[in-house]
Write a protein that binds this ligand. Sequence first.
Ligand code: NAD
Length: 357
Amino acid sequence: MSTASARRMLVTGGAGFLGANFVRYWAARHPSDHQVVLDALTYAGDRSRVADLETNGPVYFVVGDIGDERLVRELMVQQRIDTIVHFAAESHVDRSIVDGATFVRTNVLGTQSLLDAARAAWFAQGQWRPGVRFHHVSTDEVYGPLAPDAPPFNERSPYNPSSPYSASKAASDHLVRAAGVTHGLPYSISHCANNYGPFQHAEKLIPFMVSQALEGLPLTIYGDGLQRREWLAVQDHCAALDAILHADVAGETFCIGGGTELSNLELVQRLCDMIDAPFQADASLRDRFPRCPAALGVPCRSLITHVMDRPGHDRRYALDSTKLRVLTNASPTTEFGVGLEQVVAMALGRIRSISSA
Ligand code: NAD
C-alpha cells in the first residue's frame, strides 16, 4: 500500500471502545482516507461515538454482523475496500465464562467469515490485489498467565489461553495466520495490553471502579487483587496500529505493550486517591456526587472489598514491544499517571474530552 494514495478501510467494531477511538484517531490523522465502519451495535457498541464523523467526515456507517459474509463481500466490492482493521469481537472475560458460545460465534466464526469475504473480494486470477492488508487486533491474553519473574511475552511466545474469551481470540489469530500461509492473504496481527481511555464500557475495570466509587458502592476486587496487568493509553494503541498499517510488514505479528505494569489492587488504590484529591478543593463535586465517600472526607479506598477470585484468572500479563519499536519506530508517549488522571477528570466532569488524535 502506497502511503501517498488515499486508503479505503473497513473498520469492524468501529462503534466499540477501541474501534471508535481508532476511527477518530485515523480521521484526524488521515482525513483523505475513507472509513467504512461495520458494527452490529451489540450492548458494547455506540454509534454516537463516531456520529459526527458520519455527517461531517470520512465515515460511512453500516449496522451489520461480521458473520454475514455476503454483506461484507458486497461492502468490500461496492466501497472498494483495500484495508480491513478488525476490532469487532465479544471482549469481556466475565461474560465469556457465562456464555462461551457467543464468543465462538463472533470471534471465531465471524473472523473466518471476514477472511472468506476478503479472499472473495481481493483474490482473482491467481493473485491478490496489490496493496491490500487484513489487520487483526488481538490481545495479550492469548499467551495465558506469565510467571511473576518471567520476562514479558514476545511474538514467539506459545499460546496458552485460559478463558473462553482468550481461547476464542487465539482461535481467530490462528485462522488469520492460516489464511496467510494457505492462501497468501497479506495480513498483520497485533497483541495489545490492557487499554484505557474514552468510551470504555462501564463493565471494564477502570470505568467500573470509578463509577462505583462516585456512587459510594463497593469496589469489588477479585481474590487478593495481586493479578498484574500492563496498561496502555488507547491513543498510543491507535498510534501503534497506524505505524503497523503504514509499514511494509505483511505476514508479521506485533506485541504492543504499555510499559506500565501494576496489580489490580494498586490500580484501584491509585484511582481512589485520584478521586479523593479534587473533592478537597472543589465543593461542587460534593454536591454532584453526594454518595461518594470523598464527599464526606472519607477515602474511597474504604470501599475496597475483596470477593472470590474469578475462575481461570491469569496472575500476570506483560509484553515486550521491541519488535514494534525496531520495525515501525512506534512507542507509547502517554505517561500512565497522566492518562489515568484524564480518565478520572472526565468522569468527574472536570474536562469534557480526551483527544484521540
Ligand atoms: P468492545 O467490546 O468495546 O467493542 C466491540 C465492538 O464490536 C462493539 O462496538 C460491538 O458492537 C462490535 N461487535 C460485536 N460483535 C459484532 C459482530 N458480530 N459484528 C459486528 N460488530 C460486532 O471491545 P474493545 O475493547 O473495543 O476491543 C476491540 C478489540 O480489541 C477486540 O478484538 C479485543 O479482543 C481487542 N483488545 C482489546 C483490549 C482492551 O483493553 N480493550 C486489549 C487488547 C485487545
